[in-house]
Structures are given as structure tokens and as C-alpha cells.
Design a protein around this ligand. Structure first.
Ligand SMILES: [Zn+2]
Length: 383
């Protein structure tokens, strides 16, 4: 009897430990109305606790403006309804989704958002098509799967979106460049399914076992950066590593020019924002540059003959991603023209996707790829 109880307990505990997390992804926002269709649709209206099941194909429409009175005074999202299709997929816009939809009011109360609740591995599989390329080698896709899963799990565990909002947000991540771009059901391919399922539950933790965000970038241009070098948020275990792999893959070197006047405007801004060691209190008469190279993180300027060190990421922050496609560049002055020669695409933090592509083509495993970009992180199977 006791033994049976023990076995039962063991089974219930282990099944809990190995369950796949369900991730809530906001796939549409600030919508005046939402149209969802599906087979044998089950619609639950939360505000009046009304559940209805429809036989066959059914389309339901939410006119969000009619619900605005529901949260006029509340100023926070309200869960209006859930929608499921027990026998098939849900259609929204031009895409089809598995899992469940949640319809929530926008915090402002003038529109709705739509959230897709989906098992983690299905989410990762469709994401790989949006954030990488399903035709890329499988080991690169697997490395990307681990990175994206860790990023999502961190958002879920910390409830970061809810904390930032100050009230229940009803979703863990948005589908956008700000977080990660999610795909829909038909973005999944055999290859992305394999990459997601064969790394099921695998994430990267820090040396002390914490789940922190794992970032990725399109092409680092020769070396990766730590989060604190780009956004000033310190993250344990991150290292800047050399990446000789992405050089011949993807976009080639870039070369841009801008005027001395714009550089002066940059220094006024940087001074006001506190990016310089001391404030510029006099008019800028002259700007000179010490010789720069692509492997340096900072530029040495001389303003009115006084030395100032500027981090390259601050230049990109001010001038933007069009003039500075990456943080890997060398800058030089020619008369009144400033020239920038750079390599790479994106912020450069974490996994370099083009580098991962090149490594996978050379036969590197996803574990070897990850340990190159995250030498101090630990690969762990969470479920
Ligand atoms: Zn790279």
C-alpha cells in the first residue's frame, strides 16, 4: 500500500517536472475588432461566464469598442474571452494557429489585443522560420532554438511584461522585434520541428544556475558584445568573444558618411545625456579623432583639444541602425566629413546567427556553437 502510494507520488511529481510549458504570445494589438474562425469552436465569454460550443466551421467577431465600458475605470487589461478549436486550428487574419486564443482589452480600454497560448516547442518551431531560416543547417537551427527558448522562459518566469504593466498582462511575450517574432502554424517545417523537438526543454543558464535572457543577432561582424556594452544592463556569464565565422556570410562591409555638424550635434546630445565623463560647457570649435580600428570598443576624440572617450555603442544609439548597421566599425575624419567603415548587422550581443550558419556548415554541433558564443553559460535540460 505504502509502496503504491510512493509510486503514485513519484509519477505525479515526475510528470509535473517534465511538462511542457505553455507560452502566451501577443500576436495582435490595438485592434478595433477581432475575427476568429475555426472548426467546432468553443467560445468562453469570461465577463458573463458564458460558454458556447459550435458544431462545424464557425466565425466569431468581437467588436472591441462595445467592451470599452467594461474597463473604463479600471485602466488595466481585462480578459474578455477564450477561444479553442478542439478538433483543428484557429484562424486569425491570414494565419492559422494551434492552441488557444485569449481576447483581452487594451489597458487604455479602446481596443483589444489577441494572445495565443501555445506549447513551448510548437512556439519555438514556428519562430525559427521568422527569426532564422528553415532552410539553414539543422545544428544552427538547434542553437537558435535553445537561445529563443531561454529568452521566452526568462520572460515567463520573471513575468516581466506583467511587472512592467503593473497589472496582469495575460501574455508573456509580444510577437515583435522588441521581443521575438513568433510564426504561425504553417511556418513550421520538418526541419524546424526537428530543431525544436530534439532540443526539447534545453536552455542556457548562467554559471550560478539562473535563467537570464539569451540574446541573438544577425551578424556580429567579427566579435560579439556583452549586454552591458550595448544597453548597460549587466547580465551574469556573458562574454565578448571573437567570431571569425560570419565574415563571408550575409551582408558585406558597409561604408557611410556624415557631416562634422552632425558629429557636433551628437556631442551636445551625449553631453546632456551624461555619456561623457564631463559635461561640455563651451562651444565646440574643433573635433579630432585618434586613429581607430574595427576591433576597438571605444573612439578617442579630442574636443577643443581635450580628450574624450566615447563608446561605439553610444554613437550607434544616437545615429541609428541605418547609418550604423552594427556596433562593429572604425571611424575616421577627412576634412569636414566623417567616414564609418563597418561590418555586421544588429546589436552584436549573444549568438551570431551568420556565424552559427557558417559553423554548422563546417560540421559543428549546436552544443559546440553555443559554447563558443556562451563559454560561461551552462546547457541544461529543464523538462
Ligand atoms: Zn559573427
Amino acid at each position: 500500500m505504502l509502496r503504491a502510494l510512493f509510486i503514485l507520488l513519484f509519477i505525479s511529481q515526475s510528470s509535473h517536472a517534465f511538462s511542457t510549458p505553455i507560452v502566451s504570445v501577443r500576436v495582435g494589438k490595438s485592434l478595433r475588432n477581432i475575427i476568429v474562425s475555426g472548426l467546432d469552436l468553443k467560445r468562453h465569454l469570461v465577463f458573463n461566464n458564458d460558454t458556447k460550443s459550435f458544431i462545424g466551421k464557425k466565425t466569431v467577431k468581437f467588436n472591441c469598442e462595445t467592451y470599452t465600458t467594461l474597463n473604463k475605470q479600471r485602466n488595466k487589461p481585462i480578459l474578455l474571452a477564450t477561444l479553442e478549436s478542439p478538433t483543428g486550428l484557429l484562424s486569425y487574419g491570414n494565419d492559422k494557429y494551434q492552441g488557444m486564443f485569449k481576447i483581452i482589452t487594451n489597458p487604455k480600454g479602446d481596443s483589444c489585443d489577441i494572445v495565443n497560448e501555445i506549447p513551448m516547442e510548437a512556439y519555438i518551431s514556428s519562430l525559427l522560420t521568422k527569426e532564422m531560416n528553415p532552410k539553414w543547417p539543422i545544428e544552427a537551427l538547434k542553437a537558435q532554438a535553445v537561445a529563443a527558448r531561454t529568452y521566452a522562459l526568462h520572460k515567463m518566469r520573471t513575468q516581466q511584461v506583467t511587472k512592467e504593466l503593473g497589472s496582469e498582462a495575460y501574455y508573456d511575450l509580444e510577437s515583435s522585434q522588441k521581443h521575438q517574432v513568433a510564426g504561425s502554424y504553417f511556418d513550421k517545417t520538418d526541419s524546424t520541428n526537428e530543431a525544436s523537438n530534439s532540443t526539447r526543454g534545453e536552455i542556457l543558464t548562467t554559471e550560478s544556475g539562473q535563467i537570464q535572457p539569451i540574446f541573438f543577432n544577425a551578424k556580429c561582424g567579427g566579435r560579439t558584445l556583452r549586454p552591458d556594452q550595448v544597453w548597460h544592463n549587466k547580465e551574469e556569464s556573458y562574454q565578448s568573444v571573437n567570431c571569425p565565422f560570419c565574415h563571408d556570410i550575409g551582408p558585406k562591409n558597409w561604408n557611410h558618411y556624415f557631416s562634422m555638424e552632425r558629429l557636433k550635434s551628437f556631442f551636445s546630445w551625449a553631453s546632456n545625456e551624461g555619456y561623457l565623463k564631463e559635461k561640455l560647457d563651451r562651444e565646440i570649435n574643433s573635433i579630432e579623432l585618434a586613429p581607430d580600428s574595427i576591433d576597438k570598443f571605444v573612439v578617442n576624440f579630442y574636443i577643443n583639444d581635450r580628450p574624450f572617450i566615447v563608446e561605439k555603442t553610444v554613437l550607434r544609439k544616437y545615429f541609428g541602425g541605418v547609418l550604423f548597421p552594427s556596433n562593429t566599425f572604425a571611424i575616421q575624419k577627412n576634412g569636414n566629413i566623417i567616414g564609418v567603415l563597418g561590418e555586421g548587422l544588429g546589436h552584436g550581443v549573444g549568438l551570431c546567427q551568420m556565424g552559427a550558419f557558417a559553423m554548422a556548415n563546417r560540421g559543428w554541433s549546436y552544443k559546440k556553437i553555443l559554447s563558443h558564443y556562451f563559454p560561461s553559460h551552462v546547457l541544461k535540460k529543464l523538462y
